[in-house]
Design a protein around this ligand. Structure first.
Ligand SMILES: [Zn+2]
Length: 358
């Protein structure tokens, strides 16, 4: 094993440094180490180049968010089962935010989010962006088969895959995980958007951390991608896939207070907010109440000012049909990321389906 510190990030006047550690094999000692203990074994973000029997390389990234350990547990499971035998195809495994995993959080307060720091990011000069650039440079020198970035989320959501391209191979890769596929352009700086320029790439959301079903589903996906010889020649049929597109990101203003249990706050969201995820909601569905002239921040992917909410008598109601995703009851997720996303059904051309516009 070598830890050559390849791609040392420039410190650039910042009082913290970050460098990428590279390894040419996966030590057995890591097979049973839980994510919060990885810092005892690895100096920081680490890239493992693992040999396989044949074919192009599968890129896997796990723990871009420190408290989302399903991907790490899935890869441990697969490597344990293979012990001694080579992988069906080579793997580049990126293990991301080990410091945040130690603290059991998504991102540490002094860090830039590991899944907003990839090429295309709005913050290209951070130490995190330097590391991700190094990872992509190494990936770009490799013959890649596909890329899978594995996440968990905090709210009540089904398992689903996300893509940044609706090309056939991206959708076929997503289809290995399930029929619910979300196409998104924002946020930028995400792993799947950077890797989509090199190979078919998906992000998978495996439900809440700690669920065995999430680990089993991730294992199934990785094993399918490892054993797939090549992507099918035929296109993914409209009937084989529930294709959705994120049209808006909803945020609570940084200076506003919020609650879910009716306690006094600028925004009082309903206690079952996350149970609206992936439901096809009609105009008029209430998300909660708000004080005075307070408004949710809605940013749309195309910059249009489409109105998503009506505010009347202190109630926040949907102004058009929409399908929410990742609505969360976790205050930390709301502060660090967003309240949730609003989606619509789309066709393969990326446009909203006519019956969704009713
Ligand atoms: Zn995540």
């Amino acid at each position: 094993m070598r830890a050559d510190g390849a791609g040392r990030a420039t410190i650039g006047g910042l009082d913290r440094s970050l460098s990428l550690a590279s390894y040419d094999r996966f030590p057995d000692a890591l097979l049973d180490v839980p994510a919060p203990e990885l810092w005892r074994h690895l100096p920081g973000p680490s890239l493992f180049s693992l040999e396989g029997r044949q074919g192009d390389t599968l890129f896997l990234s796990v723990l871009l968010h420190g408290n989302e350990d399903t991907g790490w547990r899935a890869i441990q499971h697969i490597l344990k089962r293979l012990r001694g035998r080579p992988l069906p195809r080579p793997v580049l495994l990126f293990v991301g935010n080990i410091a945040a995993a130690k603290a059991g959080v998504r991102t540490l307060p002094n860090q830039h989010d590991y899944n907003r720091a990839w090429p295309g990011t709005t913050h290209p000069t951070t130490p995190e962006a330097d590391v991700m650039r190094d990872v992509v440079a190494i990936a770009a020198r490799t013959r890649l088969f596909a890329s899978i970035d594995i996440h968990n989320n905090t709210g009540n959501n089904p398992h689903y895959a996300c893509v940044n391209s609706c090309d056939d191979h991206h959708l076929q890769l997503a289809r290995l995980f399930g029929r619910t596929v979300v196409y998104f352009e924002e946020p930028v700086g995400v792993q799947s958007a950077a890797l989509a320029r090199l190979c078919p790439a998906i992000t998978v959301e495996c439900g809440r951390p700690g669920s065995e079903a999430g680990v089993a589903h991730a294992v199934e996906l990785i094993e399918a991608a490892l054993s797939l010889q090549h992507f099918p020649v035929h296109a993914v049929g409209e009937a084989d896939i529930d294709l959705l597109r994120t049209f808006a990101i909803v945020k609570v203003p940084g200076d506003a207070t919020f609650s879910y249990d009716g306690r006094a706050a600028d925004f009082q969201f309903r206690g079952d907010l996350d149970h609206l995820n992936f439901a096809e909601l009609d105009v008029g569905v209430a998300l909660g109440r708000c004080a005075g002239a307070r408004r949710l921040e809605v940013s749309t992917a195309d910059g249009t000012s489409t109105e998503y909410f009506h505010y009347h008598d202190g109630e926040i109601r949907l102004a058009q049909r929409a399908i929410p995703a990742m609505l969360t009851l976790d205050p930390q997720a709301v502060r660090l990321d967003c309240l949730g996303y609003l989606m619509h059904r789309i066709g393969r051309d990326g446009r909203r389906l006519a019956d969704d516009l009713r």
